[in-house]
Design a protein around this ligand. Structure first.
Ligand code: T4K
Length: 375
């Protein structure tokens, strides 16, 4: 019997993600306030309201929103201050983590990840800290907060700064200290493909009043309250139309996270009995189910599964392959041997996951994966 294609209900292709949207009427209600005020940007009322609401939601002591998640990382790197030097970071991430670091004049020192959590291995972070190390840029990869408290503590102990690229971590809560108040700063991405978005957008959270002040100045060309420009900044401001999308989405995001969770759990229930598949070990009191990464037994198996899904118009992604330490712009010196990260990058596949992905499609995708693996 021919296998039925795992496409959507109307035979449309299924991508790794699909942006969630609020009812158009809710978004246009907010747009009407922009039309009435004629304030389109430059720290307008909707941006300020979004920052206040996010500070309560995340929660975080201070939130500033930016034009995107990459600029947020760049601004955070500037705002912590201090000299340029080597920064300990993970190679198992999206290119933006590493390009932002290099763009800001730092040298990445790639340290290996933990085989279970896919995050920086805290014990290796302390092992690699040396005279040239000025800070740590860690990533909560796929929203996993595992090891973050340890990384923040290690950096503090050694008087280095710690910034967390929390691009994937919107909606994640942890036991103990608030995730978004860890270290010196955290950055978020509100890109269309994230579980909370503002079309494009990002944010910086920080427990430091000094860093918060600097971020506000740096994202606005470097202007201080007195109108002077004490150090050069950039234009990293979020517009009112972006903020309106954020405010509308914030009302729905918990429901979307619950729907993601149902699909994530269904994938796990259906795949767990396969001896060939492993999952990321997630540490969170409340997880956000932002991606559905699985580890296949080998790179060949991963690529076979990927091709089989693509043949039925399902488009998973090799997040994150290749390692950013293998990006060609890096000098040989910056590359590193990270055997665990290489292993994970070679075997990982992110399956489609979004709130309105029909559960019947989850079942079909799983059937296709298991058929390729033969178990
Ligand atoms: N740090 C980390 C750890 C990150 O993962 C990211 C971004 C950043 C920093 C930087 O944040 P931003 O500067 O982007 O705010 C996507 C996103 O563009 C990127 O934001 C994200 N991480 C990365 C993991 O994924 P692509 O190139 O894989 O996206 P794309 O366009 O192929 O989209 C994936 C699928 O989503 C498409 O096949 C179809 C669907 N899609 C996409 C868009 C943009 C839609 O249905 N509608 C859309 O509007 O990078």
């Amino acid at each position: 019997m021919a296998r039925r294609p795992a496409t959507g209900p109307d035979n449309k292709p299924i991508f790794v993600t699909r942006p969630s949207l609020p009812p158009l009427s809710e978004y246009s209600r907010l747009l009407r306030t922009i039309w009435a005020s004629r304030i389109l940007t430059n720290n307008g009322p909707l941006v300020r309201r979004l920052e206040d609401e996010l500070a309560l939601y995340l929660p975080a002591q201070s939130v500033s929103v930016e034009t995107n998640g990459t600029v947020a990382i760049q601004l955070a790197l500037r705002a912590v201050g201090g000299r340029r030097g080597t920064v300990i970071t993970t190679p198992f991430t999206f290119a933006a983590t590493t390009t932002a670091l290099v763009w800001e004049g730092f040298t990445p020192k790639f340290v290996d990840v933990d085989i279970d959590t896919f995050n920086l291995a805290p014990e290796l972070v302390s092992e690699h800290m040396d005279r040239d190390t000025v800070g740590v840029l860690s990533v909560h990869v796929f929203g996993n907060a595992a090891g973050a408290q340890d990384v923040a503590a290690l950096a503090k102990e050694d008087s280095r700064w710690a910034i967390f690229d929390a691009a994937h971590a919107f909606g994640v809560r942890t036991n103990g200290r608030n995730l978004f108040d860890l270290g010196d700063a955290s950055t978020l991405s509100f890109h269309a493909t994230k579980n909370f978005h503002t079309f494009e957008g990002g944010a910086i959270t920080t427990p430091s009043a000094r860093i918060a002040r600097r971020v506000r100045s740096l994202r606005n060309f470097g202007f201080s309250d007195s109108g002077d420009v004490p150090s050069p900044g950039i234009n990293g401001k979020m517009s009112e139309a972006q903020a309106a999308m954020g405010l509308a989405n914030l009302k729905h995001v918990d429901r979307w996270i619950r729907a993601r969770g149902q699909r994530y759990k269904l994938y796990r229930d259906l795949l767990e009995s396969s001896p060939s598949i492993r999952f990321q070990v997630v540490e969170a009191q409340r997880y956000n189910y932002c991606y559905m990464p699985i580890l296949l037994p080998t790179r060949r198996a991963r690529d076979r599964v990927c091709r089989a899904l693509e043949a039925v118009r399902v488009y998973p992604r090799r997040y994150f392959f290749p390692l950013t330490s293998d990006l060609s712009f890096l000098r040989r010196g910056a590359r590193a041997r990270c055997p665990v990260a290489s292993e994970v990058a070679g075997r990982v596949l992110a399956l489609p996951l979004y709130p309105d992905l029909p559960t019947s499609q989850v079942r079909r995708i799983v059937a296709c994966v298991r058929a390729v693996l033969g178990n």
